[in-house]
Each structure stands twice: as C-alpha cells, then as structure tokens.
Design a protein around this ligand. Structure first.
Ligand code: TGC
Ligand code: FAD
Length: 387
C-alpha cells in the first residue's frame, strides 16, 4: 500500500523480508504487467508460458512451499505478493494462485516422492504449468456431487468425465484432476499429452479476460497406478487445497481495490467540475474516506489471518471471513471508484472497469460469497444449511 493510503500503518506490522518481497512483486507488476494488461484484456490472450517463466525466476510460484526449488516464504509474504500482482490484474494473480496454491500444493501435500520430484521443480521454475480440475458443468459449489469418475482396470486407472471453468487448463502441462472412485474422491496427476485428455479454451468471457479458462475433457484417459495422489482420500483433499488459494485471494482482492482507489484519488485531484477539483467536494471525500477505511480494514484482516496461518492456527471458517469480506468490499470499492471517473471510468484507458469485471469472477471462484456465508453460518450456529 502506498504511504498515503496506509492510514493505520499496516506497514509497521510487516517484517523487513515481507516488505522486500512486496517491493519485488510491485516492481514486476508495474514494469512488466501493468503496461501490457489493457491489450491482454482486450484481446483475451496472454503470453502464459513467458509469464510463468518470469514469475518462476522471481520465485513467485509456490513461494510459500518448501523444497523442490520453492522459496519457502511465510504466508504474509505470499499474500503481499498476491496483493501486488492482483493490483495489476486478478487474472495474473489467478495464474500464480492456481499454479502455487492449487496444482503445486496438491502435489506437494498429497503427492508421492516420485510425483514431487517429477513436477515441483519445473513448476516452481515456471517451466511447467499446472491446473486444478474440481468444478464440473453441473457441480461447482457442491463438488461432492461430481460425476467425473476413475475406475480401476488391472493396475491402471481409467478416467471419464469433464471439468469446467479451469484456470490455465489449455496451457497446462499437467492437470490435477479430482474424480469419484470406489474409494471416494481421489486426485490424479494427468500429463497434458495423455490420450483422451483435451482442454478446449472457454471464449467470450467478460471477466478475467487476461487469464486462460478452459474445459477439461477426459475420454477414457488411461493412467498408471502411480498417477493417483496417495495421500488424498475424500473431499477433504481438494478442499484442503482451496484453503490455500482462498488465503491468497484475501490479500489479492485488496490489491485490485487499492489500484482502483489510487486511480480514483489521482483522477479526482485533476478533474475540474463546477470550477474546482472534484477531490475538493465533500461528497467525493466521503466516498474516498469510506473506501480507504474498508481497504485498511481488509488489509489488516488479511495480515491478521496470515499471522494465524504462520502459527498453524488458521481455521477454514476464518479464511471464509477474509474471502467473503475482502472480495465483497473490493468489488464495492471498484464500483464506487468507477462513479468518480464517471464516463472515463468505463474506458480501458483506466484500470477500474477491468478490475470491477475481474472481481465478478473473484467473488464467484474459490467458493461464492453465499458458500462462505454458509461456512461462517455453520461455524456460528452448528447447523448445516448447505442442503
Ligand atoms: P463436507 O461434508 O462439509 O466436508 C467433506 C470433507 O471435507 C472436509 N472439509 C474440509 N477440509 C479442509 N478444508 C476445508 N475448507 C474443508 N471443508 C470441509 C470435511 O471435514 C470432510 O472431511 P471428512 O474427512 O469428514 O470426509 O462437504 P460438503 O460436500 O458439505 O461441502 C462443503 C462446502 C460447500 C463448504 C464445499 O463443498 C465448498 O467449499 N464448496 C465450494 C467449492 C469451491 O470453492 N470450488 C473452488 C474450485 S477451484 C477454483 O475456483 C479456482 S479459481 C482460480 C483462482 O484461484 O484464481
Ligand atoms: P453454482 O454452484 O451453480 O451456484 C449458483 C448460485 O447458487 C451461486 O450464487 C451460489 O452461491 C448459489 N448456491 C449454491 N449452493 C447454494 C446453497 N447451498 N445455498 C444457497 N445458495 C447456493 N474451478 C476449478 O475447479 N478450478 C479452476 O481453476 C477454476 N477457475 C475458475 C476461473 C473462473 C474465471 C471462474 C469464473 C470460475 C473458476 N472455477 C474453477 C469455478 C468456480 O470455482 C465455480 O464457478 C464456483 O465454485 C461456483 O460454482 P458454479 O459456477 O457452478 O455455481
């Protein structure tokens, strides 16, 4: 956060290492990502392979994991990197989250020694891209209903089904695919070239356009016994990965919000209406003050959850508090900032509408707001209201 927006001195809660990581991520976002994003968003295509290698060389892929070339940094450092990258674009943070917190984390946490050796060093370097296939066309919020199945055939597994809305799918070298088996839900490591596996890209997105989103099709995909993730059994496997990615979003969403607010404050200082700067009107200052208060509260919450995570004390419903609050407030901030820029607010010359559109996806993926309300509701009341 710039000094001027850091109203409550969140910086004083950070270590020198965390500040350094944040500065490196901000530099990359400002120099490499921000100038290119309007064009990537407009064309709906990104140089995913180049970006993965650059992010890998800077240590941003799987940066909170240990070993296999991963940086082994703490959760707050990881969160701050997500924040700075999402200040450029949520799609860029998605690339980082899906690679590090979903695909790599699944292999790191539940994989065999051979799976880890084969994939993690290349993935942390950005030489191999991963995706994470949980959602299906008919089962998003309720992944336990999944139809994708894996049956044993001798020593092999044979997978059939489809996954939907999968980030990085078409550019992935490896897919972590969750499937129903006789033993409950299991995870499988599927190399992209496996016969019967395809990943057509989803087009015509109005949100997260600077991100690859795909369907995964599994048509009699035959895999060796060694492809199953040995340490994941049941739905707690994929849901355990979601905790990691949701944590990154708690920080990331505040990056998109900060970028909108910085843009709006600068604009209001330059724009003259009725003979004086827009920033000199009480209505404008009321908006700016309210947004800055929510931004500071959101970042404080993110850092607090990060400190709990450092101690191994972060519970899933606490992650839900952060994901629910910070995505909801980020999209509210983006929309309010858009009003300050008025017509210019809808132009791609400014990042605000792009962030607002992206945040529609961020509000939905990694558990919709309603799902996080229900997780929190269940924790408070003891009643399961999902079904
Ligand atoms: P339920 O019966 O409650 O639980 C089944 C098993 O899972 C355990 N569990 C968890 N474990 C770890 N972390 C969590 N957060 C967990 N929540 C539940 C639970 O203890 C149980 O374990 P066991 O050993 O007893 O079997 O499951 P349910 O079917 O009632 O579902 C609960 C619900 C609705 C909260 C869950 O299904 C859910 O979170 N749904 C939302 C799905 C979702 O978030 N999908 C995201 C897909 S990935 C994505 O969007 C990537 S976006 C790209 C980017 O990040 O940029
Ligand atoms: P649904 O589950 O059909 O929900 C529809 C509506 O019903 C929502 O408002 C929801 O909150 C509400 N609802 C659902 N259940 C209840 C209930 N019990 N009570 C009240 N309301 C309820 N998934 C992956 O696996 N991997 C990825 O990499 C990935 N990347 C994505 C990228 C993008 C750009 C997007 C948009 C999505 C991505 N997803 C990914 C999918 C995402 O996780 C799902 O879209 C999300 O979980 C919601 O599922 P759904 O869209 O099927 O909505």
């Amino acid at each position: 956060m710039t000094a001027s927006l850091d109203l409550v001195d969140v910086d004083s809660l950070l270590t020198a290492e965390e500040v350094d990581v944040r500065a490196a991520a901000r530099r990359f976002a400002d120099e490499r990502l921000r100038p290119a994003l309007p064009e990537w968003f407009e064309s709906g295509s990104i140089p995913a392979r180049e970006l993965a290698k650059e992010l890998g060389s800077l240590g941003f892929l799987g940066m909170h994991l240990t070993g296999y070339g991963c940086a082994g940094l703490g959760p707050v450092a990881y969160g701050l990197a997500c924040l700075e990258i999402e200040a450029a674009d949520s799609g860029m943070r998605s690339l980082v989250s899906v690679q590090g917190s979903l695909a790599m984390y699944a292999i790191w946490k539940y994989g065999s020694a051979a799976q880890k050796e084969e994939w993690l060093p290349r993935m942390s370097a950005g030489e191999a891209i991963g995706c994470f296939g949980l959602t299906e066309p008919d089962f998003g919020s309720n992944p336990g209903g999944m139809r994708t199945n894996a049956r044993r055939d001798g020593d092999d597994w044979v997978l059939n089904g489809s996954k939907m809305w999968i980030t990085n799918g078409s550019v992935a070298d490896v897919a972590v695919v969750w499937a129903r088996t006789d033993e409950g839900v299991r995870g499988f490591v599927v190399p992209a070239g496996t016969p019967g596996f395809s990943a057509p890209e989803i087009k015509q997105k109005m949100s997260l356009r600077a991100s690859v989103t795909s369907e995964l099709v599994l048509d009699d995909v035959r895999l060796p016994a060694s492809a199953v993730l040995p340490e994941a059994q049941g739905l707690s496997g994929p849901l355990g990965c979601l905790n990691e990615a949701r944590f990154g979003i708690v920080f990331g969403a505040m990056g998109a919000a900060r970028d909108c607010l910085e843009t709006a404050i600068a604009y209001a200082g330059e724009r003259t209406v009725f003979d004086k700067p827009l920033s000199g009107y009480q209505l404008t200052q009321g908006k700016i003050a309210d947004m800055a208060v929510e931004l500071n509260k959101g970042i404080l919450l993110a850092v607090h959850l990060g400190r709990l995570k450092e101690k191994g004390a972060l519970r899933p419903e606490q992650v839900s508090v952060g994901k629910l609050n910070n995505t909801r407030e980020a999209i509210a901030i983006a929309r309010e900032c858009r009003t300050i820029l008025a017509a210019n607010g809808i132009s791609g010359e400014y990042p605000i509408m792009r962030h607002a559109n992206n945040l529609e996806s961020v509000l939905t993926y990694e558990g919709t707001s309603e799902i996080h309300q229900l997780v929190i509701g269940q924790a408070l009341t003891g009643q399961n209201a999902f079904r």
